[in-house]
Design a protein. Structure first.
Ligand code: EPZ
Length: 446
């Protein structure tokens, strides 16, 4: 067990206001995009989270100067002197994040070669990178896998190509975008991911001088250009973090105003939140989420790629569903192992049964492959404080929500993992009136 522990005294509604900033699933990628420019880029609304620090470190190893700007949350990234990094230094970042895989295309363009360390990221399934390497080969890269990482070489300029992804993967779509913009000729990408963070990355690249058009059927056309410049961009808000706080409001019978949250990227979530019985109100500055009293309603939920119900919203919502009356059905179709976190909820008093069958309208890739990827949640259940070990980012935040909704005290281990994607979450919890504390022995070491 890790020794970063939080004591959570549950049973009180979370009430108040918090502010969210730029999306974790856009900001590090926009930082990588800066590598493609001839001049400096200016990225605004950058949250202080670990994924940003990892990418900042990797960029600096490759000669990119990164400094904070005048505005709070502003980074200035200057790639004027991109250079090869020492493999041992890069390797020190092994296992820290999944973003390093996106350095491939930009480094191949800038240097003709790249070394990518072993990847990290949440343990929510196998998380292969076969699509990434397949598309890079199509662009003309040569790839060699070694025990410490992967070496890629592009002796000649990469060339545009026709690609059809087997699944609309977010990462593989970003890989294609970041590579195709400077490749020679046209790239046609079919079955692309079209998440709002992808569209925002396309906006970043267009500001840099790229030519990218989005079709109506998950097709993206990219016409390679010879050179890109820097950009100035304000990152779109983190719709995944916003939804996490919304679920915290619902599960604790609370009322949270999420400043910075935007309706457009959250429409699917908002519909589901309303079906469960949650209330929300949108204004120009953010969205207020609250439990309006009365019973919450059980629902049938299927995760999907955008514009479907985002997989990262699933785990926090499942905690709220333990408080709904009746049987909720959840079918996870994006990651094969994103329901393992429910075991700990059952230990707290929830009634969640996992199934290997597809319990949804659409049979998915996992039904025939024997993964426990469907759940039936029977509620409402009284949750009792417990000893919890954080398994992954969203699962971990969900444990916090469960602990806050539960009666009694929970001891949550591995709390540091939340810093990967939730800026300042401890301060935000306290602002919302949560009773959380570090154990005495931990305080003594600070
Ligand atoms: C991104 O992961 C996000 N991470 C995830 O956020 C998010 O859950 C996911 O997209 C889906 O929206 C970041 O942006 C850093 P994928 P990514 O490629 O790009 C399979 C969070 O909590 N696949 O769209 O890695 C894969 O196994 C996280 O914020 C392959 O088979 O996800 C999965 O089943 C976690 N081969 C599916 O595609 C590949 O080469 C979707 O993955 C690539 C993916």
């Amino acid at each position: 067990m890790t020794d970063d522990v939080l004591l959570v005294h549950g049973g009180n509604p979370l009430e108040g206001e918090i502010q969210i900033r730029g999306a974790k699933n856009l900001v590090p990628k926009a930082m990588v995009a800066a590598l493609l420019g001839q001049g400096p880029s200016r990225l605004r609304n950058v949250p202080d989270i670990r994924d940003v620090k990892v990418v900042r470190g990797l960029l600096q190893l490759h000669g990119v100067t990164v400094r904070t700007g005048d505005e709070d949350g502003e980074l200035i990234l200057d790639p004027s002197h991109v250079e090869s990094a020492n493999v041992a230094d890069i390797d020190a970042h092994a296992g820290s994040s999944r973003i390093p895989i996106l350095f491939c295309g930009p480094l191949l363009h800038r240097l003709g070669h790249a070394f990518i360390p072993g990847l990290g990221g949440c343990d929510i399934g196998g998380r292969p990178v076969d699509f990434h390497f397949d598309v890079l080969r199509q662009f003309g890269a040569t790839i060699e896998k070694h025990p410490q990482g992967t070496y890629l070489v592009a002796p000649q300029r990469l060339h545009g190509t026709k690609i059809e992804l087997p699944f609309p993967s977010v990462g593989a779509t970003e890989q294609v975008l970041l590579t195709a913009v400077l490749a020679e000729g046209v790239t046609e990408l079919r079955n692309a991911a079209i998440e709002p963070e992808i569209v925002d990355l396309i906006c970043v690249l267009q500001k840099m001088g790229a030519i990218i058009s989005m079709g109506t059927d998950r097709t993206i056309l990219i016409t390679g250009v010879d050179e890109l410049d820097g950009y100035t961009h304000r990152a779109l808000p983190d719709r995944l973090e916003a939804a996490s706080w919304a679920c915290a409001a619902l599960a604790t019978k609370g009322d949270i105003y999420v400043r910075g949250a935007r309706q457009l990227e959250m429409m699917t979530f908002l519909n589901t939140f309303r079906k469960v019985g949650g209330a929300f109100e949108v204004d120009d500055e953010g969205i207020r989420f609250w439990h309006p009293g009365g019973e919450l309603k059980a629902i049938a939920l299927e995760t999907d790629v955008h514009p479907g119900f985002q997989t990262d919203w699933q785990q926090p919502l499942v905690v709220a569903l333990t408080q709904a009356t009746g049987l909720s059905i959840v079918h996870e179709t994006v990651y094969e192992s994103r329901l393992g976190f429910t075991g700990a909820l059952n230990q707290m008093g929830a009634h969640i049964q996992l199934y290997r069958e597809c319990l949804g309208a659409t049979p998915c890739r996992f039904g025939a492959r024997n993964f426990q990827h469907s759940a039936v949640v029977s509620g409402p259940s009284k949750l009792i404080g417990s000893e919890l070990v954080i398994p992954d980012l969203r699962g971990g935040f969900s444990y916090l929500i469960a602990a806050l909704a539960a009666e009694g005290t929970s001891t949550v281990h591995g709390i540091d993992l939340i810093n990967r994607g939730y800026e300042n979450f401890m301060a935000k919890l306290r602002d919302l009136g949560a009773h959380v504390e570090l154990p005495a022995e931990q305080l003594a070491t600070i």
